[in-house]
Design a protein around this ligand. Sequence first.
Ligand code: ZN
Length: 459
Amino acid sequence: MKKWKLGALMFLVFMFAVSPSASILQAYDFEGNEEEWLNRCSTAQSSQSGAQACEAFKKYYAGQEKELKKEISSLDRQIDKIGNDIEKLNGALKTQEKLIASINKKIEINEANINKINSEIKILDEKILKLQKSIDERNKIIKDRMKDDQAYIGTNMSLEIVMGAQDLTDMVRKMDGLRRIDEADQKEIKIILEEKEKQDLQKKEQVRLKEEQEKTKEDNVKQKKQAEQVKKQKQELIKKFREQEAALDEKMRSVKVDLSTIQDNIISISSGFDFSGNATLAKPVNGSISAHSFYYPDGSVHLGLDVAVPLLTPIYAPGNGIILYADNPVSTNSGYIGNTSGYPSGTGNSIHMLTQANGTTYALSFFHMAQENFAVRAGQSVKKGQLLGLSGNTGNTTGPHCHLEVINLGKMSIAQAVSQFQATADFSWGNGWGNTGLSGICDVKGAPCREHPEKIYGY
Ligand SMILES: [Zn+2]
């Protein structure tokens, strides 16, 4: 074999060895820039290479989808195995939250892209129409001119030549033979060909975008299904948590608090307080109820009422009263399932106050509050409607909300209540927490007992 032939062969072998698909993937920066690429590919590409990049991205993105599916099914298996291990439950929950966030983000991007593609398709429609009009006009001009100048050439023939040419060179070659095309006509024809080429790319892009939109719509349906699946998994996890918690609660919350740590917060005033004007107790916060007393929607025990509200929603005193306890040790949005911060354990930033309505004494709890604008301190008296603080997402929570509890103390005097609280620091007033708390509700026993806050506040 001659040297140059060998060289050429080696070169060819080398060219094939470099896999074209690998080099395409290497050339793009898809990873970490998915949103940008999704965005870019939802618009009409003005070049062939742009359209190719979008095809490559589509493949890359489909691969990512597989990873997500794997992660979801591995979580499924994990949940089965976890049992009652709180730490592992927490780990799985965190993974899930990340998954949900990323799926929701995808749904959001998809929706934006579907809209964007729609408007792109419309724009392309207009452009294609406009070009067609221009092409038609130019065709007519040439046709008319040929008709006038060269009566013996069929008008259709000129049109066929123009529209049937492969490219400009072909066109000119054909025209040259006829020698009837003057310079002005040639210019017109050149423009027509260029416009046709542009129109072709636009039509192709329109087809690609329509496909892209279909795919995105399908993908969104898929993503929404996946989000549902992960949400169900999360509910399952939370239920496990709550069952665990009901047992733990009893241990954690009834441990006698080291009173010296909260002594500063406990009140010193106890008598001569005016409760007149508390005919009824008002709703402390406005929002939708996310869990009633005394069960969560999933069937696990819930000793209060959850009002779902955005972070930093004002919470007001339901009646004239005295603050027994108020502490805001943790930051406003620090809550998560299993978080034990605050007092009682897991309540984050909390307030406990005494009030009276129609001769009955009540102890009211407000849990999971914000750290900022915490407006009261223990020992202070408050008026009905006065700001207590803002809602937060602190302690043992699955999201921003205010947990309300109401203990009916019957005819207990304020002085008596204050001294009992000073001695016990017990927000449950002997009624217990978790499953035990169920035997302390006013439906089954007399005061002190746990009331349905819905009933007392009129939710
Ligand atoms: Zn609650």
